[in-house]
Design a protein. Structure first.
Length: 251
């Protein structure tokens, strides 16, 4: 997939991983639209990303999503890359914490179901392009759950399974389907789960750009690859490592 002269939509692009991907895509000569729920944060991101386009809305809200799709259709008909990066997470141990159902429902809606909805609504436009891509951001927790964010981990496992199925279903079309799987990243999003121990979001963006250019569809960033290899040989050992070290967590 080419990494320049694309028109790219990034949900949750006002901070963290989404912001850094937006920055590198802009520097590479792409048209970039970012979304965000927080008006002030979105405005701050826009001031730091010359040339970026913004849309204020919550991807988990059906009306906001419909408005976003209408805006994209009218203003950016050349859209050819969608990066589903927006997410929600709660500290939530299924055994010791309360409100497990409510927390899981909110996470599943934002992290998984909203991704399916947006992709479904934008597929007709993407299919019109000679080359297009869908990028779903999951996590190392997609295959090895972290107990402190148990239901978040389950949503990312769902995203992984969905991405595999979507990729298979779009075989033979012009749409490539990527999955970006970061480890712990030092962002505001992961502040409550020792985010300061994580890799910088710039590294995630750099590895993503390289993988995109190489059509590497499963992008296991940094030490995520090592944990994935351990998981394949011993799921029990991988589960122990991720929950003991606390150095490999979520997006």
């Amino acid at each position: 997939m080419k990494t320049t002269q694309n028109t790219v939509l990034i949900t949750g692009g006002s901070a963290g991983i989404g912001f850094e991907i937006a920055r590198q895509l802009l520097e590479a000569g792409n048209t970039v639209i970012i979304t965000g729920r927080n008006t002030e944060r979105l405005a701050a991101a826009a001031s730091s990303l010359p040339g970026v386009h913004t849309f204020n809305g919550d991807i988990a809200n059906a009306d906001d999503t419909a408005a976003l799709v209408a805006h994209i259709t009218n203003e950016f008909p050349q859209l050819n890359i969608v990066i589903n990066n927006a997410g929600a997470a709660f500290l939530n141990n299924f055994v010791s914490d309360g409100n497990a159902f409510e927390k899981a429902a909110a996470e599943m809606h934002t992290n998984y179901l909203s991704v399916i909805r947006l992709n479904e609504l934008l597929l007709p436009a993407l299919l019109l392009q000679p080359a297009a891509a869908i990028v779903n951001v999951s996590s190392v927790a997609a295959f090895v759950p972290l107990l402190r964010v148990a239901s978040y981990s389950a949503t990312k496992a769902a995203v992984h399974s969905y991405t595999v199925a979507l990729r298979a279903g779009l075989t033979g079309t012009g749409i490539r389907v990527f999955e970006l799987m970061p480890p712990l990243v030092n962002t505001e999003f992961s502040k409550g789960i020792d985010g300061h121990k994580g890799i910088p979001p710039q590294q995630v963006a750099t590895e993503f750009m390289q993988a995109l250019s190489e059509d590497k569809f499963e992008i296991r960033v940094a030490n995520t690859e090592a944990l994935y290899d351990l998981y394949r040989s011993s799921p029990a050992d991988a589960l122990h490592v991720i929950n003991e070290s606390r150095n490999v967590v979520a997006q």
